[in-house]
Design a protein around this ligand. Structure first.
Ligand code: ADP
Ligand code: ADP
Length: 226
C-alpha cells in the first residue's frame, strides 16, 4: 500500500526581491513499511520536501497524497487532523517544551487528542520504555543529554500511534554513539512495528539504516535506489 505519493510537486518561495525554486517537479511513492533516506547537499530542498510530505506547507503546484487522500482538497482543520492521526515528526532541535517533564512532553499530543489522564500516563510511560529512558520520566529537557532528549521526542512522536515518522536530521546535534542509538530505535520501530520512516539527512553514514536512498539536488530527484 502506498502511504505517501507526490505527483509533480513544485515549491517556489517568493520574496519581494527574488524567487527560490526549492522543489522542481518532484514525484515519488513510498510504500507502507519502507525506511527511506532522502539525501542531498545543504539547500537542495530536503526540508522543503519533508514539509510537503508532512503537510506542514502546501506545494506551489502538484499533489501530495497521504494514505490515499489528496491533501490539496482538505481544509486546514482536516489537514491538522490528518497530521495528528497519521504522522509523527522528529527534528534536529528536539523541540521539547522546556518547562514540562519527559513524561508530560510525551503526554502532550494525547492531551490535544482528548485521551483521559490515566490512559495518557500509562501510554507515555510505555513509550518512554520503548525508547529506553523510563527512569528519566520526571526530568526536564535541560536535565537530559541530547540523545536522551531526542528519545523523548521520538516517544512523543509515537504518542498518537502514527503510521509514518518524518525525521529531519534527527542525529544532527548528537555525538556518534547517541546518534547510532537514536537510529537504532528508528530502525527497530520500522522493523518491529512496521512504521514507515522517512529520514532527511546530509550525513552519508546514515544511509546504511535505510532500505532505499533518494538523492535530491537543486530541487530534483537525481537518484532513487533500493
Ligand atoms: P535543505 O533542507 O536541503 O537544506 P531547504 O529545503 O531548507 O534545503 O531549502 C531549499 C532552498 O529553498 C534553499 O535555497 C533555501 O534557501 C530556500 N528556502 C527554504 N525555505 C525558505 C523560505 N521559507 N523562504 C525562502 N527561501 C526558502
Ligand atoms: P547518551 O549518550 O546516553 O544520550 P550521554 O553519554 O551524553 O548520554 O550522557 C551520559 C550521562 O550524563 C547521562 O546518563 C545523562 O543523565 C548525563 N547528562 C548528560 N548531559 C547532561 C546534562 N546537560 N544535564 C544533566 N545530565 C546530563
Amino acid at each position: 500500500m502506498k502511504v505517501i505519493e507526490l505527483v509533480d510537486v513544485y515549491k517556489i518561495y517568493r520574496t519581494a526581491y527574488y524567487e527560490v525554486h526549492a522543489l522542481d517537479g518532484v514525484s515519488m511513492e513510498v510504500e507502507a513499511g519502507e525506511f527511506v533516506a532522502i539525501m542531498g547537499p545543504s539547500g537542495s530542498g530536503k526540508s522543503t520536501l519533508l514539509n510537503m510530505i508532512g503537510c506542514l506547507d502546501k506545494p506551489t503546484k502538484g499533489e501530495v497524497i497521504i494514505n490515499g487522500v489528496k491533501t490539496s482538497g482538505l481544509s486546514d482543520r482536516e489537514l491538522t487532523k490528518l497530521r495528528r492521526d497519521s504522522i509523527g515528526f522528529i527534528f534536529q532541535q528536539y523541540n521539547l517544551i522546556p518547562t514540562l517533564t519527559a513524561l508530560e512532553n510525551v503526554e502532550l499530543p494525547m492531551i490535544f487528542r482528548g485521551v483521559a489522564r490515566a490512559e495518557r500516563e500509562r501510554r507515555a510511560k510505555e513509550l518512554l520504555k520503548v525508547v529506553g529512558i523510563e527512569e528519566l520520566a520526571d526530568r526536564r529537557p535541560r536535565e537530559m543529554s541530547g540523545g536522551q532528549q531526542q528519545r523523548v521526542a521520538i516517544a512523543r512522536a509515537l504518542a498518537n500511534n502514527p503510521k509514518i515518522l518524518l525525521c529531519d536530521e534527527p542525529t544532527g546535534n548528537l555525538d556518534t554513539k547517541s546518534g547510532r542509538q537514536v537510529m537504532g530505535i528508528l530502525k527497530n520501530l520500522n522493523e518491529e512495528n512496521g512504521v514507515t520512516v522517512v529520514l532527511v539527512t546530509h550525513d552519508p553514514s546514515l544511509s546504511e539504516y535505510a532500505d532505499r536512498v533518494i538523492r535530491i539536488r537543486d530541487g530534483k530527484v537525481v537518484e532513487d535506489v533500493y
